[in-house]
Design a protein around this ligand. Sequence first.
Ligand code: COA
Ligand code: ADP
Length: 578
Amino acid sequence: MSASEQLEILEEPPFILENGVKYINPTEVKMSQFILPCHANHCGELSVGQLLKWMDTTACLSAERHAHCPCVTASMDDIDFDFEQRLSVGHVVNIKAKVNRAFNTSLEVGISITSEDPCSGRQWKVCNAFATFVAKGQGSGKVQLKAVIPRTSQEKIEYSIAAERRRMRLHHLESIKDLVSSSTIQKEPDFDESQHVVPAEKTRVETVELVLPPHANHQRNSFGGQIMAWMESAATISASRFCKGHPVLKTIDMFHFRGPSQVGDRITLKAIVNNAFKESFEVGVCAEAYHQEGWDQKTHINSAFMTFVVPDKGGKLCTFPRVKPEPGDGKRRYREASARKKIRLDRKYIISCKQTEVPLSVPWDPSNQVYLSYNNVSALKILAAKQNWVLNCMQNKAKLSTLEEDHLLFFKAEMIVSVNVKQVFVLLSDMSRRHEWDTHYQRFKLIQKVDTDDVIYHVVSPSVNKASNFQDFVLLASRRVPCADGDPYLIALRSVSLPAVPPTKDLDRGEVSCAGFTLCQEGVTSTKIAYYIQTTPQVLPYITRDITGLSSDLCKIIEALNKFLEQNKDTVHMCDIG
Ligand code: COA
Ligand code: ADP
């Protein structure tokens, strides 16, 4: 086997506890399954529905290990599959799940899936996923879950970012719906009769399943994995009707379980191709439950959108004819599918990339705001969780540290101020006042107040090299209050680009990929402020001059910041926190 064939699966180094014992996360559940013909489709490849069932079962057991009571699937985040890595009969699928964080009644489980060919020893990564479960105790009362205590550095990062993923799930389910529906302003699709088009109705699937005891837990609630598997199956039939070939699932948008279903319910599944793009197409599927008590009463259980591709034998993607939507809902779904395609691309580009691979100054627009805001905050959380900082010097009671990693230089300044953390948060997150203490912020203009937590602004700074132009930056500032006690307050900054603020000749456009403040309460009246920045060529000279003692700029800024916070703390109204 060549080295390139053996895809490395990186395991975290073992974490050894104080008593010398290797730490194993108490919620970790592992499942390994041989892919047998009964799990595969007619091409001998693992059906994604079966994989979803195994993922849901493993994750649910992990959730219940933490909750100590039955849990139901509330959602499964978007999943991207690597369709080039096939999972065939004879391969082994390894699923690992652990609880990242518990909130009130819900908890997030991280799931990682790898596969192996036991004959060759080859192993490869399939995908990662995040599922949310809600604890269901006896009776109708809510279950307050105990907190997760992360131990390893990776667990601490997942714990911290889980709060951000939850925010994205909850706040943006509705806003994504708004974005999709607002895209219907576009022109009606028009079809030239000479073009080859496939009428959408030819791809329609309507099917029914009866929920039997093997599909449900001991409380008779159907397993989320089973519902997802039925939905995937209906969608795949619709996809096959459209492509007249063997469709391969590439992406699943978030599954959200709106309501439960029980043993004895009939689940109807309806699927249709909503739109086809050049080399992929979207199938929508809707699951409804007809309950035993009244056959005419149905509950909407779930709706999902799946993107399929059809690779030929050489792996090249086939191209598709256009879809002719049905009048009414069909036309609306056709346009909404285009909007979802854009949102999916933004998501993949901004979220799934490694932080260092996300390009600087991503063009901002309302449809990628949710992902940029997530990226902004999670990048700062990851930076704040980094270890092995090297203390360079102390200036004005502030500790200045640096960290070199992957050819990047990160900088951290930490100080304690005698001001309450909420007051510091309000004062520092008001970017229009930063010029009062930071000489780098010479001119400030608010470009857009995106929502209560995010603003985009333009700032002009003097250049470190007096001979050159002034610099300007277009920054997205995202602020967060703690999700739970012990979390820091946070203000994250990153560059974005906006057509309304193009670079100009008289200013050098600078970029910030990741910067911001974390604020931790230290007693009632003191706050530990940490400022982080990942250096870019434009900010590097400022930082290296200060940490090598060639400049006292930073010292003056720290002094000014202290004074600014002291003088203004009593002007802060707690309602400003929002
Ligand atoms: N994704 C993730 N979590 C979600 C969510 C979503 N789309 N919608 C709600 N939640 C979380 C909330 O954040 C809350 O968590 P918290 O207590 O930790 O803050 C928890 O669910 C309960 O929210 P609440 O608003 O009180 O309840 P709800 O009325 O919205 O009900 C479910 C949420 C998931 C319990 C409910 O929709 C349900 O029973 N769905 C079916 C679950 C099921 O049976 N699944 C198996 C297959 S059908
Ligand atoms: P929306 O219509 O906003 O997309 P729904 O929850 O009604 O949301 O449906 C989700 C998807 O399920 C639709 O986009 C469509 O692809 C599919 N679907 C819904 N109803 C039907 C139906 N009667 N026949 C076939 N497919 C359907």
